[in-house]
Design a binder for this molecule. Structure first.
Ligand SMILES: Nc1ncnc2c1ncn2[C@@H]1O[C@H](COP(=O)(O)OP(=O)(O)OP(=O)(O)O)[C@@H](O)[C@H]1O
Ligand SMILES: Nc1nc(=O)c2ncn([C@H]3C[C@H](O)[C@@H](CO)O3)c2[nH]1
Length: 207
């Protein structure tokens, strides 16, 4: 890796992205970019009726992330300063391809590319893979009100969509390094030695 790492932690809902990104940020003294969740005015309505609210929700996420990515480019990537984020902008496409249909999906794809193609992308991705039961357990444990009726079928689809999405990234031009973190085998919260293993892998890319 020639430039400083722009690290993204990815994985399906509840995989532990924010948890791991925050722990790494503290351990490695890296600035942290976190996704905006609580201020999102559409999430609760979206989970009540996905078809009705998906376009508004996906656009809201896209606009927020566009701004964050622009800022990350100016403040960190262009300064060759390492930075860690609890998401990759490509997550927009993973979700939107699942939740949007027809012309709205086509329009969204065009807007996504217009906004993001010329912006910097993470060059190191930590992809947390976890099984449905683990994700559902963590979502319930976290206790966000709007996620309490999370549909396991939606989660199953997202798990598969994430696998496809990460394969797509790995085979794209100028692909990031992708480190898989198997959440069924590595518990970076409960086991400090598991966290250390991840830290050591990431350190190899810090210049
Ligand atoms: N390795 C772990 N072991 C046990 N609990 C964990 C672990 N990682 C995360 N958690 C817990 O699971 C819940 C979800 O974690 P977190 O919010 O980091 O997930 P996320 O992937 O960022 O979620 P989202 O996709 O909603 O942004 C939190 O309550 C967190 O404390
Ligand atoms: N539809 C949809 N598109 C996205 O880009 C997206 N990003 C996150 N989320 C959902 C997952 C968690 O409930 C919550 C916090 O991550 O928001 C999304 N949902």
């Amino acid at each position: 890796m020639k430039s400083a790492p722009f690290i993204a932690v990815e994985g399906p809902i509840g995989a532990g992205k924010t948890t791991l990104a925050t722990m790494l940020s503290h351990e490695l003294n890296l600035p942290l970019v976190k996704e905006i969740v609580e201020e999102n005015p559409f999430l609760a309505s979206f989970y009540q009726d996905i078809d009705e609210w998906s376009f508004q929700l996906e656009m809201f996420f896209l606009c927020n992330r566009f701004k964050q990515l622009e800022d990350t480019g100016v403040h960190y990537v262009e300064q060759n300063t390492p930075v860690i984020s609890d998401y990759h902008i490509y997550k927009n496409m993973i979700f939107a391809d699942r939740t949007l249909k027809g012309t709205k999906r086509d329009k969204y794809r065009q807007i996504y590319h217009l906004l993001t193609d010329d912006l910097p992308k993470p060059n190191l991705v930590l992809y947390i893979e976890a099984e449905l039961d683990t994700l559902m357990y963590r979502i319930n444990k976290r206790g966000r009100s709007f996620e309490q009726d999370m549909d396991p079928a939606y989660m199953e689809q997202l798990i598969a969509d994430y696998k496809t999405g990460m394969d797509y990234l790995a085979n794209s031009s100028n692909p990031p390094v992708i480190i898989k973190v198997n959440a069924e085998q590595l518990d970076f919260v409960e086991h400090p030695e598991h966290f250390r293993q991840i830290v050591n892998q990431v350190k190899e890319y810090i210049i």
